[in-house]
Structure formats: structure tokens, C-alpha cells
Design a protein around this ligand. Structure first.
Ligand SMILES: *Cc1c(COP(=O)(O)O)cnc(C)c1O
Length: 386
């Protein structure tokens, strides 16, 4: 994918920038949709992973619904071809302005994270003489075995409604006239690579669904969120996630009633592998204990290593020499501005072009102008290769 021809083009572009392999994105999207279709499942793409117009248009055309976490994401999704009826809206702090926007557009569900939020949505819907379809986001207290900053399904996390609140919430919802509970929603974390976690989730969903049925509530939809992890170590060996095995876990372990629709929300597993941050080496600084490669991209362009201690594979696209061990760092005045420590990279010199791989998800969307730097631009394989 990142071949010699591309490298020659990269040399002519101002770095750092994001590069997206559109062919890989299309393959990934089609595979995910095809595997979900085998079981009649619906996938919503989580915009927060990457909200570039071009990527969103491709994914809406491929048949994804959308999963949004702000009104601006909902507006962007609609602009890029997603049907409002296919938009799920999550988040612990939806404001009145945001809720009103979503009510006006008529989205699929408000995924509600607390009783005060449900009451507020009911109140705002009443003022518009509408009924809002809602899901309760459940905190199932399932450990996702992932980084603590991307774990969301434990009682200590701010997300969702916990088991001890179920009766109170169910009773209250029955009294509210302008909300209609149609779905239970779960999202327990991100970058989950241990598939047993999803089996555990299925078992919890079954139990919780039974509890709600005991309250006399029947649900036409279930939404089990996203979180499917990707392989950051070997992006070329595993460019597309094993969606087949993943969906089979749900098919085998989740009790769906006849006619009940199962929904998923994927971010990372769709867009991570198609993106790389391309950066140029400004200096190589040899120390006594360490050799540093100082790149022109920094933590403002890709914050995942600094924020989550995330690993991204780093390739030198312009060197064929033997690998040496480097710390690959950015120019920003923070010690956390480091992409990788003790990373084997082909022997590097000033001017070399590096690709920081698997950066399509939670990369460009989190870029900032810290240190008054420019925001990174995006380039796409189908435009750059002509
Ligand atoms: C972030 C998020 C997702 C997507 O998570 P990935 O790990 O990128 O698949 C799905 N649902 C909700 C509610 C989210 O907040």
C-alpha cells in the first residue's frame, strides 16, 4: 500500500499530513457490511473516530448508519448522506440546543445516560409536541480489559445507567409521555482485542433484557456498541478486522427475539488501518543512551501515543538500511511528545519520510493547534495517485 510511487509523491507534499488509502477503506467497509448482512445486523459508523467529509460520504453510500456524540456530528452526518432515521446519538452531557437539533431532524435514538437526561428529553420533546425514541445506555459492569481511558462499561466510569437504577428508570419512563423506550444500548470500551469480553457482554445483555421484560418492557432493538480492536503491531498483515468471527460471537451468544434488530457502532475497526500520519525527519540526534529521530509531526497531529500510551508502527519509507533503535519524537515542548520509544526503524537521516501507521481513527479528529502549529491536511490515495 505505501509503495515507492507514493513515497515519491509524498516527498513533494508539505509534511506532516494524513494519508488515507481509499481502496482499503472501501474493502473494509464492504466486508463489514457483508458480514453484518449475513445475520441481518445494522452497523452505525462512529463519527468521532474520523469525520472527514470524503470518508463519511463513502461510508454512508456503503450502507452504514451513524453513531454521533454531538449535534455537530449529527449535522455533519446528514450533510454527508446519512439518513437521520439511521442516527444514534450518545453522550453523557447532551445540551438542550443539541437535543432540539436532534428532535428536529428526527433521529433513530437518543442513547440516554441518566434519568435527568431522559426527563429533559421528555420535556423538550413535549414542547415540540413530539415523541423521542430513546435507548437506555446500560453500564453493564463488564471489564473490557483495555486502557483505562477507553474503558466505559464499569460502574466507576461516568457512562450509562447501572443495574441498581433499573427499576426506578423503568417506572419513570412508563410515566413520561414524550419518550418511547425502544432499545437498550451498551458500549463497554474501545480497542478490545480479547473476544471473550464480547461473550461476557452477550451474557449480560441477555440477563438485562430479561430484567426489563419483567418490568413489562419489550424492546424492538438492541445496540451493543463498538470497541472492536485492530492490530497496531502488524497493519499490513491484518489490514481488515475479522468481522466474521466477531459477528458469530453475537449470533451464538445473544438471545434476539424474532423481529428484534441488533445494532453495532464501529469506529476504529472501520477507519484506523486506512490512515497514516506522514512526517519528515527534521534531525537525527544521537545521544549517549538513546538515539532520537525528531520528526516534523507532533502530539498535536496525533495525540494517541501521548494520551493513551498507544503503540503505532513507524516505517521509514525512504531508507532501506538495517534497522536501528530510536525514540521517535515530535518538536513540541512536552516530554510526552513522543511517538515511540526504543522502536526499530530503518537507519534514518535528516529528510527521510516516515509513516506512522494505523492512524485513521482518533488521529486527525483529535489534532490541535498547540504551539500554534498548523492543523495537518488530509490526502487521499484516489486523488494523489492520478
Ligand atoms: C466511541 C464510541 C463508539 C466507537 O468505538 P470504537 O472503539 O471506535 O469502535 C461506539 N459507540 C459509542 C457510544 C462511542 O462512544
Amino acid at each position: 500500500m505505501l509503495n515507492q510511487t507514493l513515497t515519491e509523491k509524498f516527498k513533494k507534499i508539505q509534511t506532516p499530513f494524513y494519508f488515507y488509502d481509499i481502496e482499503l477503506l472501501e474493502t473494509t467497509a464492504q466486508r463489514a457490511i457483508a458480514e453484518a448482512d449475513r445475520f441481518g445486523y445494522k452497523i452505525h459508523y462512529a463519527l468521532k473516530a474520523n469525520s472527514n467529509h470524503k470518508i463519511l460520504k463513502l461510508l454512508s453510500a456503503a450502507g452504514f448508519g451513524a453513531d454521533c456524540v454531538s449535534a455537530n456530528e449529527i449535522i455533519r452526518a446528514v450533510e454527508c448522506g446519512f439518513n437521520p432515521k439511521d442516527i444514534a446519538y450518545a453522550g453523557v452531557g447532551k445540551t438542550d440546543r443539541e437535543i432540539n437539533t436532534a428532535l428536529d431532524l428526527g433521529i433513530f435514538t437518543f442513547n440516554c445516560e441518566s434519568l435527568p437526561e431522559i426527563e429533559n428529553i421528555n420535556h423538550l420533546a413535549e414542547k415540540k409536541a413530539k415523541t423521542a425514541d430513546i435507548a437506555i445506555r446500560i453500564n453493564p459492569n463488564v471489564d473490557a480489559h483495555t486502557h483505562e481511558y477507553v474503558t466505559t462499561g464499569l460502574e466507576e466510569n461516568k457512562f450509562g445507567i447501572s443495574e441498581w437504577q433499573f427499576d426506578e428508570v423503568a417506572e419513570k419512563i412508563k410515566l413520561l409521555k414524550n419518550v418511547n423506550l425502544i432499545c437498550l444500548h451498551f458500549h463497554i470500551g474501545s480497542q478490545i482485542t480479547d473476544m471473550k469480553v464480547f461473550e461476557t457482554l452477550c451474557k449480560r445483555v441477555n440477563e438485562i433484557q430479561t430484567t426489563f421484560e419483567r418490568f413489562g418492557i419489550k424492546l424492538p432493538h438492541l445496540n451493543v456498541g463498538g470497541g472492536l480492536g485492530i492490530n497496531y503491531q502488524n497493519p499490513d498483515m491484518y489490514p481488515v478486522v475479522d468481522f466474521k468471527s466477531y459477528f458469530e460471537i453475537f449470533n451464538k451468544n445473544l438471545n434476539l427475539h424474532s423481529g428484534q434488530q441488533l445494532h453495532f457502532e464501529f469506529g476504529r475497526s472501520i477507519v484506523a488501518q486506512c490512515g497514516s500520519l506522514i512526517t519528515r525527519v527534521t534531525y537525527v540526534k544521537n545521544g549517549r543512551q538513546k538515539n532520537f529521530v525528531i520528526a516534523d509531526g507532533g502530539m498535536n497531529d496525533l495525540i494517541r501515543p501521548a494520551l493513551y500510551q498507544a503503540y503505532h508502527k513507524i516505517e521509514n519509507l525512504t531508507s532501506t538500511k538495517d534497522a536501528k533503535i530510536y525514540d521517535v519524537v515530535g518538536p513540541i515542548c512536552e516530554s510526552s511528545d513522543c511517538f515511540a520509544k526504543n522502536e526499530p526503524v530503518n537507519e534514518t537521516q535528516r529528510g527521510d519520510i516516515l509513516a506512522i501507521r494505523s492512524a485513521g481513527a482518533y488521529g486527525e479528529v483529535m489534532a490541535s493547534q498547540y504551539n500554534l502549529r498548523e492543523l495537518p491536511k488530509a490526502y487521499y490515495s484516489d486523488e494523489i495517485e492520478q
